[in-house]
Structures are given as structure tokens and as C-alpha cells.
Design a protein around this ligand. Structure first.
Ligand SMILES: *Cc1c(COP(=O)(O)O)cnc(C)c1O
Length: 467
């Protein structure tokens, strides 16, 4: 078997192009390239020239340079960016919300240097942690106080901890949900060290059920947890108790109410033609002591867990050692604050991508679909009416009218192959299959990406349809 050239020879070939790099990092990549060559030769492939291997070393190093490098081709420093043509606006597998410009800029400034994170400007001593995000939340929800943690699952785990070790947390059987990714409310409670007390039945839970559980001294219920059912709807013979009545029952027995809203809309979803998604302000007004929601669903900013509610409880949460383990870093705090500031500025609908996508007029989507179809080869695409969804567990069961293009021939197998070709292309495009056709839904794609989308579709079609 032919042996690969020595690492030294490959290094020598690369050396003129890597003078500004750390020698150990270059050596590590050169070893990788030689190993790959050894495997190739072992598989009976033709040996590559030393110069080619040297160029491979340089290319691999440049790929690690990140998106700012003028020389880098494919960027392996971060996850590849994709065009979301799935019709699911807040798509968990695609990183959920795209941040507003202001949030990106604030995070960049925070990342770039030192900031006044926990230093009192007047005294020069350690002060309260940067509180702009909390102040915005207080103003936007009418809460007494607020706390930002890493994500909403963390927020729930922290909040139910108020029940104390082994303390009872009452949850309606209709709300013992799996959020997604295998995360289940009973598991979160168990890991938080509290005791789940199931109340009512799967389809019907009444205030009287909560009353009975709360009155049972053995149950020792300290927290009533309400959970937004997220990705599913119940219909038919169902009953859920009124939020205010549950709060009254809980308070009558010295328990508190934690209301997990999941998405937690800060603007009324009716404005974009959807049914009502519960708002944190409403649940606080209905007697919830704490409300938790995500930063990267309908709020439309970075991943975070937002907790609003009673000042005395928020103080306890802030002092919990677990809160330290759930603390967001300076860039996230800056980006959350900038996102929330857009709501206060009255610019959320215009500036926050999630809301902009929700609010895009149907006529615009139709026009864009027609333009993309016209840019594709004759007969390759049809303009189709579609139904997009919000995702992220908000307004479950509801859809938004949309337009897009359907590609290629109606054939299940061809459609799967075409979908894969779109994913494998550059840029990566994620569509969906509907009635045996690949469809690209424009509700979730930015208008600036339309030309790129048309190009990607043309290339994928050529690959799949060509023999
Ligand atoms: C999404 C969701 C969560 C989890 O929020 P993360 O921010 O992903 O941790 C919890 N509860 C509900 C109801 C949700 O929809």
C-alpha cells in the first residue's frame, strides 16, 4: 500500500500561506489531512500531490476563520445558515426567532468590549446586574419585578422550586404536556425536587378539583402550576378552569400560582389575524403570582426565560443558587433589552422579524411567489396557496394564509429527493412536502432571499430531474 507523504512535507507545502497562524494549530490540521490521505490510499484511491494536500491544510484553516474572513469559502466556525421556507415561523430546529437588528447591534457592542454589567457608575462599586431588560418587562407586563434566565424551561424549574424540597406542585392532568424535544413537565418538576400533585382529568379540570387538592393537608401544595398546552389543542368534551378562580383558590390556601405561557405574546395576536394568544399582563391581572415565557418565541428575541410577577417572589428566585447556574451572559442580556425596548418604542411590529413575518400582507406573498415561479425554468414551479403556522407552541391548531411555490412533478419519491437536494445546496434551503410536492412557503422567508431561493430551486431541480 502506498504511504501518504510525511506531515513535515505537507507542512512545508502549506507554510508560505500560514505564516500568521499558530504553529501548533497548523500542525494539528496537517496531521488531520495526512490521516485523511492515509485512509484514502487504504481504500485504493489515487495519491494526491503534496501541493494539493498543502492547499487542503490552508483551506481547512481558513474555514475556521469564521464568517468575516474574506478568504473563507464554507464557514465551519458556526452552524450553517439556512433559508427557512417551511412555513413555520418560530422553528425550534432552525434556531427559532431571527433577532431584530437592534438586538444584534446591542449584542455586538456588548461582545466587543467591557460594559457596565454589574458596576455602579456613581460609586464605582459593584452594583445591581444590568437591569434594562427587567425594567422593560415590568413596564410591558405591569409586574412588580422581573428576572431573565437562560430559557423558559429553566424559568419553570426555578419558579416551581418555591414549593420547597418535597413540596407539592399541583398541575391539571390536561396540562402535563411534553413541550418538545422530549422535555416533559413531570420530568422538570422531578428534577426541581418538588412533588407533582395531579389534579382533575385529561379532558376536564374544574376549580373544585384544585380546591379539593389544596384543602388536602397531606398534599402540602405550595404552588399551582398552569402550563400552556403548547403544541396541541383539546376539543369536544373539555373544560379548563378560569385563571382568576384558580388563583383565588390557591391564595385561599396559602399557595402561589405560576403560569407558564410558553410563547407569551407582548402584542395581541388578533392584530395579525390570529386567535388570542395569552399575554403575560392578562395572567398577572388574573391573579398569577409569577408568569414565565420564552425570549425567542413570539417575543422574537434571543433565547431566554422571562419571569415576571411579585417582587417578594422574584427576590427569592434571584437569591436561589440555581439562578446563578441559569444566568444569561452580557450579550444575551443586551439583546433581550434591545428587543423589549422595541415594544416600548412602539416599533415591535415593524422591527421584530417574527412579527414582520406574521404581519406580511398576503398580496405581497403572492407577488413574490409569482416572481420566483417566473424565474424558474418553464413549468418547473406553480404558485400555490399555503397555510403557515406560528410554531413555538403558540396559537396551536391555527394557521396563517400564505403563498409559495410548488416544485417539480407530483411523485412522493422525487419530492423527497428534491427536498434533500435543497438541503444539500448552498445556501441550504428547508422546504416541506405537501400533496407529494416540495413547497417553498414565502411567509417564513425574508424578501431579500427571494432571488437566492429561486437560484437554489433551479439548481436542485436540475440535479434531481437530470438523469
Ligand atoms: C417552549 C415552551 C417551554 C420551553 O421554553 P424554552 O424557552 O424552550 O426553554 C415551556 N413551556 C411551554 C408551554 C412552551 O411552549
Amino acid at each position: 500500500m502506498t504511504r501518504p507523504p510525511s506531515v513535515e512535507r505537507v507542512l512545508a507545502a502549506a507554510r508560505p500561506f500560514v505564516a500568521d497562524r499558530d504553529a501548533d494549530a497548523v500542525l494539528a490540521v496537517a496531521r488531520e489531512v495526512v490521516e485523511v490521505e492515509r485512509t484514502r490510499l487504504g481504500g485504493g484511491q489515487e495519491p494526491r500531490r503534496v501541493a494539493t494536500l498543502g492547499a487542503d491544510v490552508v483551506a481547512r484553516l481558513e474555514a475556521f476563520d469564521g464568517p468575516d474572513s474574506a478568504t473563507s469559502g464554507t464557514d465551519t466556525a458556526g452552524p450553517p445558515s439556512v433559508i427557512n421556507a417551511t412555513g413555520v415561523i418560530v422553528h425550534t430546529n432552525l434556531g427559532r426567532a431571527a433577532w431584530p437588528r437592534a438586538a444584534i447591534e446591542s449584542a455586538r457592542l456588548a461582545a466587543e468590549g467591557s460594559i457596565l454589567l454589574e458596576l455602579d457608575r456613581a460609586t464605582g462599586r459593584r452594583g445591581a446586574r444590568f437591569r434594562a431588560a427587567e425594567e422593560h418587562l415590568i413596564s410591558l407586563t405591569g409586574a412588580e419585578d422581573a428576572l431573565v434566565v437562560t430559557n423558559n424551561a429553566a424559568a419553570i424549574a426555578l419558579a416551581v422550586g418555591l414549593a420547597g424540597r418535597g413540596g407539592g406542585v399541583a398541575v391539571s392532568r390536561g396540562e402535563l404536556v411534553e413541550i418538545g424535544g422530549g422535555v416533559r413537565i413531570p420530568e422538570i418538576l422531578r428534577r426541581a425536587g418538588v412533588r407533582l400533585v395531579e389534579v382533575g382529568t385529561t379532558n376536564r379540570t374544574r376549580v373544585a378539583d384544585f380546591e379539593a387538592a389544596l384543602a388536602d393537608p397531606k398534599a402540602r401544595i405550595r404552588v399551582v402550576l398552569r402550563v400552556h398546552p403548547s403544541n396541541f389543542v383539546q376539543s369536544g368534551f373539555v373544560e379548563t378552569p378560569d385563571a382568576a378562580a384558580v388563583a383565588e383558590a390557591a391564595h385561599g390556601h396559602g399557595a402561589i400560582v405560576v403560569d407558564d405561557l410558553g410563547s407569551g405574546a407582548l402584542l395581541p395576536t388578533e392584530r395579525v389575524g390570529l386567535g388570542h394568544e395569552p399575554m403575560p399582563r392578562e395572567r398577572l391581572a388574573a391573579g398569577a403570582d409569577l408568569v414565565t415565557f420564552s425570549g425567542d418565541k413570539l417575543v422574537g428575541g434571543p433565547q431566554a426565560g422571562l419571569i415576571v410577577g411579585r417582587a417578594d417572589l422574584i427576590v427569592k428566585l434571584r437569591r436561589d443558587p440555581l439562578a446563578r447556574a441559569m444566568r444569561p451572559d452580557k450579550t444575551i442580556l443586551a439583546a433581550v433589552a434591545a428587543t423589549l425596548a422595541l415594544y416600548r418604542a412602539g416599533r415591535a411590529m415593524a422591527e421584530i422579524p417574527v412579527w414582520r413575518l406574521l404581519a406580511t400582507p398576503l398580496a405581497d406573498l403572492r407577488r413574490r411567489a409569482e416572481a420566483i415561479a417566473a424565474a424558474l425554468p418553464d413549468g418547473a414551479a406553480q404558485v400555490v396557496e399555503l397555510e403557515a403556522t406560528v410554531g413555538g407552541g403558540s396559537v396551536p391548531g391555527q394557521t396563517l394564509p400564505s403563498f409559495g411555490v410548488a416544485l417539480g412533478a407530483a411523485n412522493g419519491r422525487a419530492a423527497t429527493t428534491l427536498l434533500a437536494a435543497l438541503r444539500a445546496g448552498e445556501p441550504c434551503v428547508i422546504g416541506r412536502i405537501e400533496r407529494d410536492h416540495v413547497v417553498l412557503d414565502l411567509r417564513t422567508a425574508a424578501p431579500a432571499d427571494d432571488a437566492t431561493l429561486a437560484g437554489a430551486a433551479t439548481r436542485a431541480l436540475a440535479l434531481v430531474i437530470a438523469p
